[in-house]
Design a protein around this ligand. Sequence first.
Ligand SMILES: [Zn+2]
Length: 88
Amino acid sequence: MKKTTNKPTFFSKMYCSFFGHDYQVSKKVTRHVKEYKCCHCKKELTTNSNGKLTELTSTFKEINAVLELMYSRKLSKIRQKTYNTSAA
Ligand SMILES: [Zn+2]
């Protein structure tokens, strides 16, 4: 189901074609991978495996979800390790 709200208006598309997109970080996936969204036309980008920006397709959304999960697990492991070391 696609949301019909937040639909880019004709004006916001015009704005982007004249002035360029105004991307803001919408989500931090890992330390190096982030998702960006244009605040005018709602176009989304993400960092790919080469560290370059690319369009955020549904495939990249899935990849990022996995990356995020792996990253948060890794972080919690590091935190536990640090805690145990400092406690000992
Ligand atoms: Zn835009």
